[in-house]
Design a protein around this ligand. Sequence first.
Ligand code: MN
Length: 325
Amino acid sequence: MSNLEDRPDELVCDQPATGARGRIEVMTPREVPLGGPRAMTVRRTLPQRERSLIGAWCFLDHYGPDDVADSGGMLVAPHPHTGLQTVSWLFTGEIEHRDSAGHHAMVRPGELNLMTAGHAISHSEVSTPLTTVLHGAQLWVALPASARDVEPTFEHFAPTPVTGQGWEARVFLGSLLGSSSPVSTATPLLGAELLLGAGTELHLDVDPGFEHGVLVDTGIVSVGDVETKQHELAYLPPGSQRLTVEALADARVLLLGGPPFGEAIVMWWNFVGRSHDEIVGFREEWMAQLSDGGYVDGRFGVPTGNALAAIPAPALPNARLRERR
Ligand code: MN
């Protein structure tokens, strides 16, 4: 998905300078309109002013369940990305993906679709005519310096659910509960959907080097004894080998994790870079492809089979932000 804010802030995302190291934080989402005729809105829990990254996870939009007859569904025209991967994870509905690396895919519930932008990509995402309810999450993964300039790729993986008494898990990235994803990542990552029946207490063996996020889609859970309500994101710092999630009502959550990213990044609109000047350059190259009202080939390519007009980049903020280390 695209960040369709009209006036996106330029964000320098570094490790937090102060704050609650060593304890669980609960973050609330902000509502962001995605644009379009009826303005589908999403709940954004990352980045936040106080916390930009959980491992390499740098962007977390959560939406629905939306009645497509009311929201208009997802109609995201071609837009560019750099330096990141997008993870599309659906609970309900279907989205058609087309990108400039030649991939055409249907995004369906319970299946990982991982697009690596690397050096540059452009793509469109449109909910299909069969979709009546749209419900899911769009996540971004920041690529480390060693991988941020790679050629764009696209991978698909449908995890086999693992189950136990009162729970079911789909592990789409990394390893958990004896289930491992075959999809390789540039930094270690964990991504899983957990379904928990009311009263279920699930003890998870995790990597103590990882920090974790628990996004509550439905229900209410206790994460390490901290109550986390629907649509909230609980953050757990590194240092624990075991993470306990207890469902206080029937619940569905996304569990994300990874070791602290350790590199300062600059995020603006749909770009992840390392400096203000680099972002300015990405924007210029994208806008050069949109000159004369058309959509021509360039750094970001052109998605095959796409009939939508590409999305122009917003204006850059007036202030030049200094990079932090
Ligand atoms: Mn996108």
